[in-house]
Design a protein around this ligand. Structure first.
Ligand code: GDP
Length: 441
């Protein structure tokens, strides 16, 4: 969702950096470009005006710090303002629920409400498991408006691995909600996620029904699901919901589409409520905690190292992390470590995905052909290392002509490919030493 802004801002800032001195004209031009980029990203005009004014005020009020380049100061000011407008103050707390809790999930039809209800249940389940706890979670729905919505939730509950309850009442959502509430109490469920009925547009019947459910079962948490693809329209939807059923936070879905981020800024600006999560795909795992700081970093192309770390944490097991840490902290690597690294890259996703997270790479122009070439190379490297003996992996220096020939044959490549791998390995070793020297690990 924020790739568009990230690309725009990277190019604005790459023109500024390097300049020791920033003239008034340079600054004015950069500010105008920031403004255009935000407008193109579908950020509401009023917000953009305020954003730009606040940058100008910050620039005037800033004392010139000799040790920091003016361009860097400008980046810092824009970064801080992005943080403020994305609601850093409000949303940095970890999402948590009291026990017991009922979470009422609301939104328009098609916003991704049902899918998000299941995603949330999975998130809470995983969060509890990380702390060594189990949670008794129930999924239920009072969506009698969209045919098959309840069946869909039942299927999703099985995927998540939590319980599901189908209310006997199948006409009146308020009666059904009370029935579900009683069922949950009697069976000592700790968290109930209640999916509700949406409509294609804001509709007073829908709001009225939700209000009655709210009054009757008093859920501890109310979440509004908003489709980020609807851009600024999502704000009038959120405002209408909030007037009748004040909610706790919102989840923006479909950020994996080509939406440009305007909805996130607009929501924070007009609703002044937290965005707790964003939905980034159709699968139940595709839910991410919304972290304004990381978004601001990513928009400015600073590389979202933390996100990468979090992603890595989920996929690596502890032992692997420790071994990688050991390799880097020692500044020494053998081919086995190199193979493990390649393996990890494979598990983290494609190269193109990883590039976004590496500082300095976000704005780099890397063509799809280059990425594809990189991925093919990784596969080839894996095959080559796989046809080496253990000794060769640990002591690559013993690789002479005949060993290389044998390995190449085993991997179905040329000796030249084996040499390329060894060169890359050499470069990685130097990189690891460099990291160690600069204290990055
Ligand atoms: P509901 O009518 O609000 O309950 O919406 P659904 O949960 O049925 O979702 C509507 C469509 O949006 C489905 O095809 C979902 O797979 C899809 N969807 C939901 N969330 C996301 C998301 O974060 N990304 C993408 N790409 N699709 C999503």
């Amino acid at each position: 969702m924020f790739d568009f802004l990230s690309e725009k801002f990277s190019s604005i800032f790459s023109r500024l950096t390097g300049k020791g001195y920033l003239s008034e004209d340079n600054l004015q031009e950069a500010i105008l470009k920031v403004k255009d980029a935000l407008l193109e990203a579908d950020v509401p005009y009023k917000l953009v005006e305020e954003f730009v004014e606040s940058i100008k005020t910050d620039l005037i009020g800033k004392k010139v710090i000799k040790s920091i380049k003016p361009s860097e100061q400008f980046v810092k000011i824009v970064h801080d303002r992005l943080l403020h407008f994305l609601g850093a103050e409000a949303s940095e707390n970890e999402f948590s629920l009291q026990i017991p809790s009922t979470v009422m999930v609301m939104g328009l039809q098609g916003s991704g409400k049902t899918t998000t209800t299941a995603k949330l249940a999975l998130f809470i389940l995983k969060q509890a498991k990380k702390r060594g706890k189990d949670r008794k979670i129930l999924l239920a729905s009072v969506d009698f408006y969209r045919p098959a919505a309840i069946d869909q939730l039942e299927i999703l509950s099985k995927q998540v691995g939590v319980d599901f309850y189908r209310a006997k009442e199948c006409v009146d959502p308020v009666i059904a909600a009370k029935e579900i509430n009683n069922y949950a109490k009697n069976n000592r469920f700790e968290i109930v996620f209640l999916d509700t009925a949406g409509r294609l547009h804001i509709d007073s019947d829908m709001l009225d029904q939700l209000k009655q459910i709210d009054n009757n079962i008093k859920p501890k948490c109310k979440i509004l699901v908003l489709d980020s693809m609807t851009g600024q329209e999502s704000i009038s939807v959120a405002t209408s919901f909030d007037k009748v059923i004040p909610f706790n936070s919102a989840i923006l879905t479909k950020i994996d589409s080509d939406t440009r981020g305007g909805a996130a800024f607009a929501f924070r600006y007009f609703l002044k409520k937290p965005i707790s999560f964003v939905g980034s795909g159709e699968k139940i795992e595709d839910l991410e905690v919304f972290r304004p700081k990381r978004v601001a970093d990513r928009i400015l192309g600073m590389g979202d190292i933390l996100s990468l770390v979090e992603k890595a944490e989920e996929k690596f097991n502890q032992a692997e992390q420790e071994s990688l840490f050991g390799v880097f902290s020692g500044g020494k690597m053998n081919l086995q470590d190199f193979a493990n690294q390649i393996e990890m890259v494979g598990r983290l996703g494609s190269f193109s995905n990883i590039m976004k997270y590496i500082p300095g790479m976000a704005g780099a122009k890397i063509s799809p052909e280059m990425l594809q070439k990189g991925e093919v190379e990784v596969k080839r490297f894996k095959a080559i290392i796989a046809s080496m003996t253990k000794k060769e992996r640990y002591f690559p220096k013993i690789l002479d002509g005949s060993r290389k020939q044998r390995i190449a044959k085993g991997a179905g490549v040329n000796v030249e490919d084996v040499n390329i791998l060894l060169q890359r390995f050499e470069q990685s070793q130097q990189y690891a030493k460099l990291l160690k020297k600069h204290g990055r690990f």
